[in-house]
Design a binder for this molecule. Structure first.
Ligand code: C5P
Length: 404
């Protein structure tokens, strides 16, 4: 990575709230990485946090005094808690424990961390970490939803082995992911303050518990678009089917399998300023997929009956008040690309269609390059063949122009 990339947080002031959880050890690494990138880090350690990492380590790594107690009069004389909460460019909570999030959702202010978080008018990024059951508990689900609608941004938690021996979502995001999310939030790019939804990848439609119908989409173009939009400062929500390509860092990822799940996820994350539908959604699903594995019977082939999947792009394009200002669809065609894509734009009711020729001879499906035509109300505009990353960057710039 370039030096410029490494110093992307140059001059930024981060207030880091370290909650009480085993993931607090990663906060030490986070402090180092934030400082490497040019940020200053003012640490706030909760009482429970100090059971996991010592104030000495935190202050040695941050090079700053550790704020711990609301009623520390010296601190109030030097810097009141209100000022402390507002003098930062960004507040990062890592780890954000179930308890701290519950306090925030309820508006409690019974210690320094919760008081700062209630008093602040600064952007807040939370990196939750907790046991998988605690993360899945309805109370935590409610609190996360409430905090999201209050404008708190989240990074993680990730799925994986946990310190408590269980497996599932609950592991705190890695320092690099937290930093990517922080950079996206602090970006001064033309899409700063804009929320953009991107769908990506294939969907899998079950036949029975072990078999499914899917397609060859790798998720490469959708991932590149999400990354490019985040690079221009957008808050990106990335709804993805089971793709080959890993989702970009610094975006909110919602994983789904089927088209119906994708529609539900899309509806739950709206409103957004723009929505880009790059997913290759299955047109049909198997009607009454079997709950048990279909058995091979000599001479008797299973007859699969299909039913139509919801058209997510058309559904969102037809929304009333919640419709994003800009809705962009894709059209993968093998012949009469412009004619078919222009008709598709009208049929789906979206604003733009990015059309491409996916005939096997082009090598585009699953490849690194793309040759697209942008179809808008003003007509068709051919873009030269370029990498999927360049297509994504050009599209992101156009979206920024349209939302300006
Ligand atoms: O109809 P067709 O699949 O060719 O349209 C492609 C566009 O529509 C893509 O943008 C795709 O993401 C979107 N789509 C969708 N839901 C479907 C089918 C397609 O959002 N069920």
């Amino acid at each position: 990575m370039s030096n410029a990339g490494e110093r992307m947080l140059s001059g930024k002031r981060v207030l880091l709230v370290i909650g009480g959880g085993i993931a607090a050890y990663k906060a030490l690494e986070l402090i180092r990485r934030l400082r490497e990138r040019g940020a200053s880090v003012t640490p706030v350690l909760t009482r429970a946090g100090s059971e996991f990492v010592t104030p000495l380590s935190v202050s040695a790594l941050s090079g700053q005094k550790v704020f711990r107690d609301l009623f520390d009069l010296t601190d109030e004389a030097e810097m009141g808690h209100i000022e402390l909460s507002r003098s930062a460019d960004l507040i990062v909570i890592a780890p954000a424990t179930a308890d701290l999030m519950a306090k925030m959702a309820a508006g409690l202010a019974d210690d320094l961390a919760s008081t700062l978080l209630l008093a602040t008018d600064t952007a807040v990024l939370a990196a939750p970490a907790m046991n998988v059951r605690m993360w899945g508990h309805p109370a935590t689900r409610r609190n996360v939803e409430a905090l999201k609608s209050d404008g708190i941004r989240f990074v993680g938690p990730n799925q994986g082995d946990m310190a408590c021996g269980e497996f599932g979502p609950g592991r705190m995001a890695e320092p690099a992911e937290i930093i990517a999310a922080a950079e996206a939030m602090l970006s001064q790019g033309p899409l700063a303050g804009r929320r953009v939804l991107v769908t990506s990848g294939p969907t899998q439609e079950p036949i029975d518990p072990v078999r499914y119908i899917a397609n060859r989409s790798s998720g490469a173009q959708g991932t590149a678009i999400a990354r490019a939009l985040a690079g221009l400062g957008a808050e990106v929500v990335f709804v993805t089917g089971p793709a080959d390509v890993a989702p970009p860092e610094g975006v909110e990822v919602v994983r789904v399998n089927t088209a119906c799940e994708m529609l539900e996820a899309v509806q739950s994350v709206l409103p957004a300023d723009a929505a880009i539908f790059a997913a290759a959604v299955a047109d049909w699903r198997v009607k009454s997929a079997s709950d048990s594995k279909l058995k091979k019977k000599p001479g008797a082939l299973p007859a699969l009956e299909f039913e139509e999947n919801p058209d997510i792009l058309a559904t969102v394009s037809g929304m009333g008040q919640e419709r994003p200002v800009l809705v962009v669809g894709f059209a993968a065609e093998t012949d009469d690309v412009i004619g078919n894509a222009t008709a598709k734009r009208a049929r789906k009711g979206c604003d733009w269609i990015l059309a491409n020729d996916v005939s096997p001879a082009t090598g585009i499906m699953g490849g690194q390059e793309n040759a697209v035509t942008l179809i808008t109300a003003d007509g068709a505009e051919d873009w030269p063949r370029m990498s999927k990353r360049e297509v994504a960057e050009r599209l992101a710039q156009r979206i920024a122009g349209a939302l300006a």
